[in-house]
Design a protein around this ligand. Structure first.
Ligand code: NAP
Ligand code: MG
Length: 504
């Protein structure tokens, strides 16, 4: 190669490096071309309730709109049901319980569950797209996290159906009857699967009330139950608002209420159900802490924190919404966190590149905005990732507050959005005290290279789920649930069967 050519090559290299560093300084390493999901899902103009194996119109004739939070477009209309619809569903569930489901062997119940699990796998693309359209979460999450877990919960519980004698060795167990199940909007199909699969495996029948913002995948699950040949009335799905859920809680024919949702509504339900002999389980809110020690693998920890709070727009009950970082590594953690946050792609949830989708509803969007506004008046430092947001729909850029006082609303209240609260600590003891200084007790994450430190800290934490050097990892075989105001009862694993069984 001639001297001239070598000089020219060096110059080009320099130019390329300059261009790349310009891009990095803007916050994005690569610009991706849009990759929107192209599969079309068939959606009817309106949906009734699924009662006794059929889709039926609500008694009032009233319907609610179901809109796409990323675009504001109307997707379809769903039934606004009242106490009379709930009554029909409970009667259908009772009939199915006494005449068929409770008489089937565990092995036969298991066959239905396996069939449902397989159909979920076959239709998972369609279910993931619908979940994303209805709820705003990125398609890569609904496709790669929610749907595999939904199928896993059915497969896992199907396996238990003929082995219930081993749930509590030495004891006899029996189904409890008709279960009322009420679920929230953050993991619509996953919450339905967490509730329906163990209840059916244990021989109970069901009336499920999905959240009004996200009922569409539960209604599709009703179609799947039909396709699997599940006897009529074993699973009933009734859509509606808060009053519809309240009617289910108050119904005398219901033996158990399983609720997942906010702590406020949970307390209200507990008061009502407490006056009856209904069994009750509660999966409520959280304000979970990620604890980073100075000896942790910092890049890995920062990635885990990002996953912990910005995953699913922070619409996660166990979101790591508080970060406790050892004082000596605060600056490096913040620097790396900012760099990582600048790379988060916010936008069209149906685009396969999107990391952070739409906030689920206008109400939730307004709540996040108002808590952040209030947070800015409560001291500390605020930082928000500089990213361009779509002009339509409800989008909120990921952000954090540092060094607010422990009494600030952002550090105490469940924001349920992409908002992180950061403070420091000096000793493991202080970290444990600060992590436990909350009304909630759902989850926590500990980041350290020292196994002994992880075990010691974990033993002091009052949280139902504790992750070590990872965060937001779920598995159907593992129990999930909280302490304190995060609720009681467990879902998943062997523990998740107990609330659906009478132990003798
Ligand atoms: P929410 O407002 O409490 O609603 C949950 C469900 O309860 C919805 O189906 C709702 O219906 C229904 N409901 C409302 N009022 C009722 C009443 N008086 N009686 C009976 N049912 C009633 O909660 P969300 O805003 O949907 O969900 C977010 C909350 O769920 C967060 O606090 C989150 O932490 C929690 N969560 C907890 C877990 C866990 O496992 N611990 C998991 C996921 C979510 P409408 O939708 O029609 O209002
Ligand atoms: Mg919707």
């Amino acid at each position: 190669m001639t001297k001239k050519k070598v000089i020219k090559k060096k110059a080009t290299k320099k130019k390329v490096a300059k261009k790349a560093s310009h891009k990095i300084s803007k916050g994005m390493v690569f610009e991706y071309a849009p990759a929107p999901e192209s599969t079309k899902v068939e959606i009817l103009p309106k949906y009734g309730n699924f009662i006794g194996g059929k889709f039926v119109a609500p008694k009032s004739g009233k319907y609610m709109e179901s809109r796409n939070p990323a675009t504001g477009e109307l997707i379809t209309k769903i039934a606004l049901s009242n106490a009379s619809d709930i009554d029909s569903a409970v009667k259908a569930a009772r009939k199915a319980y006494t005449e068929t489901w409770s008489k089937l062997s565990g092995m036969d119940r298991g066959k239905y569950l396996f069939r449902i699990a397989r159909i979920i796998q076959e239709r998972s693309r369609e279910l993931a797209i619908l979940e994303t359209m209805d709820g705003g979460k990125p398609i890569k999450e609904s496709r790669d996290v929610d749907l595999p877990l939904v199928a896993q919960h059915f497969f896992y519980n199907a396996g238990w159906a003929d082995k219930l004698d081993y749930v509590m060795p030495g004891k006899k167990v029996k189904s409890i009857g008709v279960c009322g199940q009420i679920i929230p909007w953050n993991f619509p199909l996953m919450m339905a699967a967490w509730k329906i699969a163990p209840a059916l495996a244990c021989g109970n029948t069901i009336v499920l009330k999905p959240a009004e913002q996200t009922s569409l995948t539960a209604l599709r699950l009703a179609e799947i139950c039909k396709e699997a040949g599940l006897p009529d009335g074993v699973v009933n799905i009734v859509t509606g608002a808060g009053e519809t859920g309240a009617a289910l809680v108050e119904h005398k024919g219901v033996n158990k209420i399983a609720f997942t949702g906010s702590t406020d509504i949970g307390k209200h339900i507990a008061r009502t159900a407490g006056k009856t002999d209904k069994k009750l389980t509660m999966e409520l809110g959280g304000k979970s802490a990620n604890i980073i020690f100075a000896d942790a693998a910092i890049d890995q920890a920062v990635d885990g924190v990002v996953n912990g709070i910005y995953f699913n727009q922070g619409h996660v009950c166990c979101a790591g919404s508080r970060l406790l970082v050892e004082e000596s590594v605060k600056d490096i953690v913040l620097k790396k966190l900012q760099k990582r946050m600048k790379q988060i792609r916010v936008g069209n949830p149906l685009d396969k590149n999107t990391d952070l989708g739409a906030i689920n509803s206008k109400e939730q969007f307004d709540k996040i905005k108002s808590l952040v506004k209030q947070g800015k008046t409560e001291g500390g430092e605020f930082w928000q990732a500089p990213c361009s947001l779509p002009t339509k729909g409800y989008f909120f850029a990921p952000c954090y507050f540092v060094d607010q006082s422990g009494s600030a609303s952002i550090s105490r209240e469940e924001v349920f959005g992409p908002v992180l609260s950061i403070t420091t600590f000096r000793t493991p003891e202080e970290a444990v005290i600060k992590a436990n200084d909350t009304a909630y007790g759902l989850a926590a994450g500990v980041w350290s290279e020292k196994g002994s430190k992880i075990h010691k800290v974990a033993a002091g934490l009052r949280a139902g789920v504790i992750w070590a050097n990872t965060y937001n990892k779920f598995d159907a075989t593992s129990p999930f649930g909280g302490f304190k105001e995060s609720g009681y009862g467990r879902e998943g694993g062997r523990h998740g069967l107990l609330p659906y069984l009478e132990v003798r």
